[in-house]
Design a binder for this molecule. Structure first.
Ligand SMILES: Cc1cc2nc3c(=O)[nH]c(=O)nc-3n(C[C@H](O)[C@H](O)[C@H](O)COP(=O)(O)OP(=O)(O)OC[C@H]3O[C@@H](n4cnc5c(N)ncnc54)[C@H](O)[C@@H]3O)c2cc1C
Ligand SMILES: NC(=O)c1ccc[n+]([C@@H]2O[C@H](COP(=O)([O-])OP(=O)(O)OC[C@H]3O[C@@H](n4cnc5c(N)ncnc54)[C@H](OP(=O)(O)O)[C@@H]3O)[C@@H](O)[C@H]2O)c1
Length: 415
């Protein structure tokens, strides 16, 4: 039976608090359960519906293969326990019915997260789900405990606080665009990535500017082109890119070059067939889209010349970390908390106190009991050719956590 969120008494103590109920928070909870089956966890999220993928990106085609979502769902024993007792058909059997070496709509992955999230509530009494937000967290240097505040009210103490708080599209208009006198309707990237919402947002005769050259931008261009070739025949697109050539992931011998930055999946296929320099001229896409190269330093004159006449703009220029709970530190329980600025250690998932001078972390100690993962705090990885990337994706979070959580829960190493 689904357990309702219980109210939390003041000054309660738990072994770990996981902040965020997206794919990464889910993976953290599963890994802690595997390492410390009897430990009490408090898991906090406003809705527990698969994070941003579940909330906003169900119509987006994945850039990872289906078998990696199943790998995520079966990576730890507590998840396997949930799957073993789940009635069929369910979100996993739906994933299993798809072609395993292809992508899928992210709705399938979101349903899998929701199934596991609900399964955690049903199977593990020692994980309490709190529907709300961690609004602040203060570290007591004397007791080495964190006090997290839920929704500005309830206080919970813990030695381990894990931040999986996610990221959102960068929304501020680019300075070069803000300077221009004309008014453009900004279309939020989440709308651009959702064909059903985009169709309702842009008028049939709109001219839409798109900025960017990575996964999001390509999918927005594809969605707009699909409208232009169906319900919106007058729609026109101006694509502003600072890359003459698109960057693709390349399958090597047992590893992937540009695994985290290069185009993959449906976005890659559509871009190869329609946007690449040799394909564009003969593609039907060129009938409705103008490609505008905006090298750094020369953007302004191009935007100035080309934006007039555009009615809408979609900026697909990357993501930024969502705001964190207010973090603080106190010397003892009755002292006044000082704000705590943090610097992510992207090799371990731990944090350093941020140096006021921005100097390197060399020689500084990690902040005890504070961890981060997911799109907001991804692992730094180095490929066999020495290229450095940050690893973002369901399976990558799981791989990192399987390696790191045993260290995080080992009190002798992280207190
Ligand atoms: C458009 C897009 C497509 C992607 N496609 C793929 C793909 O095909 N395959 C793949 O493997 N990966 C993909 N990713 C990458 C990654 O898997 C997703 O970004 C994923 O949603 C990241 O999970 P997360 O848990 O880190 O963050 P999120 O999904 O953003 O979840 C964070 C959660 O934390 C909650 N939260 C935030 N602050 C607080 C607080 N103070 N208290 C309580 N809760 C809080 C939020 O409400 C949210 O529910 C994609 C990413 C994007 C942006
Ligand atoms: N399932 C999917 O297919 C899918 C879809 C969308 C996103 N994602 C995932 O979500 C994450 C974010 O992807 P993303 O594509 O949104 O962002 P991103 O990978 O960070 O790419 C941002 C793009 O915007 C460009 N850009 C940034 N600032 C710019 C400026 N001032 N002017 C012009 N161009 C600018 C960047 O160019 P530079 O390289 O020159 O900086 C880059 O092309 C990734 O992990 C990705 O895998 C997945």
């Amino acid at each position: 039976m689904l357990r309702a969120a219980q109210s939390i008494s003041k000054q309660r103590f738990v072994d770990a608090i996981v902040v965020g109920g997206g794919p990464c928070g889910l993976a953290v909870v599963g890994n802690i359960l595997e390492q410390k089956p009897l430990g009490n966890q408090l898991w906090v999220d406003p809705v527990f519906r698969g994070g941003r993928v579940g909330d906003r990106y169900r119509e987006v085609p994945s850039n990872t293969k289906v078998d990696l979502f199943i790998g995520f769902a079966t990576a730890v024993a507590p998840f396997r326990q949930i799957l073993a007792s789940a009635p069929k058909p369910n979100a996993i059997t739906a994933l299993e019915s798809l072609q395993q070496d292809q992508g899928c709509e992210l709705g399938y992955a979101a349903d899998m997260c929701v199934m596991l999230t609900d399964g955690v509530a049903r199977h593990f009494d020692n994980v309490q789900q709190h529907h709300g937000k961690v609004t602040s967290a203060t570290f007591d240097e004397n007791t080495k405990l964190w006090t997290a505040v839920l929704d500005g009210k309830e206080h919970v103490k813990t030695p381990k606080l894990v931040l999986c708080t996610g990221s959102s599209p960068i929304e501020n208009p680019l300075p070069v665009i803000e300077k221009l006198p004309q008014t453009l309707e900004m279309v939020h990237l989440d709308i651009g990535l959702t064909p059903s919402a985009l169709a309702k947002t842009v008028k049939p005769d709109a001219t839409v500017a798109v900025v960017g050259a990575s996964h999001s931008a390509i999918l927005v261009l594809m969605n707009l082109y699909n409208l232009a070739s169906s319900t919106h025949p007058q729609l026109r697109i101006k694509w502003f890119t600072r890359h003459k050539d698109l960057s693709y992931a390349k399958y090597m011998d047992g590893w992937i070059l540009r695994d985290n930055t290069g185009l993959k999946g449906q976005a890659a296929q559509w871009a190869r067939e329609n946007l690449d320099n040799d394909a564009f001229a003969t593609s039907p896409v060129s009938k409705v889209m103008t490609k505008l190269f905006t090298p750094r330093g020369e953007e302004e004159q191009i935007y100035r010349a080309e934006l007039p006449g555009c009615t809408h703009i979609v900026q697909a220029i990357g993501y930024k970390r969502d705001s964190l709970p207010d973090l603080g530190v106190v010397e003892s329980a009755d002292a006044k908390p000082e704000p705590l600025a943090i610097q992510h250690d992207d090799l371990t998932g731990r944090f350093f106190p941020k140096s006021p001078t921005g100097s390197s972390s060399n020689g500084r100690q990690h902040i005890p009991g504070l961890f981060g993962a997911g799109i907001a705090f991804p692992e730094r990885v180095i490929d066999p050719l020495g290229n450095v990337e940050h690893a973002v994706g369901f399976w990558k979070f799981m791989r990192f956590l399987r390696k790191s959580v045993p260290e995080w829960v080992d009190t002798s190493k992280t207190s």
